[in-house]
Design a protein around this ligand. Structure first.
Ligand SMILES: NC(=O)c1ccc[n+]([C@@H]2O[C@H](COP(=O)([O-])OP(=O)(O)OC[C@H]3O[C@@H](n4cnc5c(N)ncnc54)[C@H](O)[C@@H]3O)[C@@H](O)[C@H]2O)c1
Length: 284
């Protein structure tokens, strides 16, 4: 590999199992010479397989619920102690909607669920940055990345209230990123990733069909979790020092497409069948 993160120290949120995007980021960061701590909600640590990843990458696991300031303060203190200094990179790879899990339609949300989903998926990013900022825990020219999805800008009906959570998350990246840049020379960005088969992703209704659709729409095809990890590594490296306050699409070109010939061909097949049916009837 390229030693892009040689000597860098990090905190990686959100590795649950080997499908998680954060899992791939941890594997790639390890290959690139970084040391880091892994963290996840205590319940996820019990359900997932993160200890395998910790062993493989020589990392310590520090539990933290991203909705708890106390947990996050403890995490950052412990991370600096374990890693022996300030933090160079942080990955926020956290998402969960209770409305999606319970099958509530967007137009008929349980607002307590909405609040919980927003707290976990969006406000948590502010909370993480606030703790890092107040503790002055980030090293100069460090990099903070959160993962997001294009439903923040365009309508994807089944993405439900996660669309609103992602819009908030992306806004927090810009607003907090300003202060982190101005005061600490730290950059903050979001990566807007293709649909990716993971535990969180697969919870969205009609996910498999949507993955196939996005694949046909994107000139380069969908970006995989590993490719997302590669891109994330580039944002943690010193090669992207002046990239900040950005929402960066990592989606094989999907976000700038109107229609692709592959999707059009499929549509026309269906359209022609429908056109022919009445003609056949007319002949009778
Ligand atoms: N999979 C996709 O299609 C896709 C596409 C674009 C963006 N994303 C985003 O990528 C990120 C990672 O998701 P993933 O697809 O790898 O799925 P995943 O299910 O593997 O990861 C989600 C993680 O969030 C963690 N989490 C949930 N509640 C938490 C809490 N209270 N405190 C701390 N951690 C908590 C989970 O334990 C899990 O590790 C999410 O922000 C997701 O929205 C995913």
């Amino acid at each position: 590999m390229y030693n892009l993160l040689k000597g860098k120290k990090g905190i990686i949120f959100g590795a649950l199992d080997s499908k998680s995007i954060a899992w791939k980021v941890a594997e790639r960061a390890h290959e690139e010479g970084a040391t880091f701590v892994l963290t996840n909600a205590p319940v996820a640590l019990r359900l997932g397989t993160i200890s395998e990843l910790a062993e493989k990458t020589g990392s310590q696991i520090i539990p933290a619920d991203a909705t708890s300031i106390m947990d996050l303060e403890n995490l950052v203190d412990q991370a600096m102690e374990v890693l022996g200094g300030k933090i160079d990179f942080v990955l926020h790879s956290i998402g969960m909607s209770v409305n999606v899990r319970r099958g509530n339609h967007y137009t008929n949300q349980d607002y307590n669920f909405t609040k919980t989903g927003w707290d976990v998926s969006a406000l948590s990013f502010h909370r993480v940055m606030s703790v890092l900022y107040k503790k002055d825990a980030m090293k100069e020219w460090g990099s903070i990345v959160a993962l997001t999805y294009m439903a923040a800008q365009r309508v994807f009906p089944d993405y439900n209230d996660m669309a609103d959570n992602k819009a908030y998350l992306e806004s927090v990246a810009r607003s907090f990123g300003y202060f982190f840049g101005r005061d600490k020379n730290v950059r903050v960005n979001t990566i807007s990733q293709s649909p990716t088969p993971t535990t969180a992703g697969s919870g969205v209704k009609g996910f498999d069909g949507f993955v196939a659709y996005a694949e046909k729409m994107s000139p380069l095809g969908n970006a995989t979790a590993l490719e997302c990890a590669d891109y994330t590594i580039s944002l943690f490296s010193d090669l992207t020092k002046k990239v900040t306050l950005q929402n960066l699409f990592h989606d094989g070109g999907f976000s700038n497409m109107g229609i692709s010939s592959a999707i059009m061909d499929d549509f026309m097949k269906e359209y022609e069948v429908k056109e022919e049916e009445p003609k056949k009837k007319d002949k009778k």
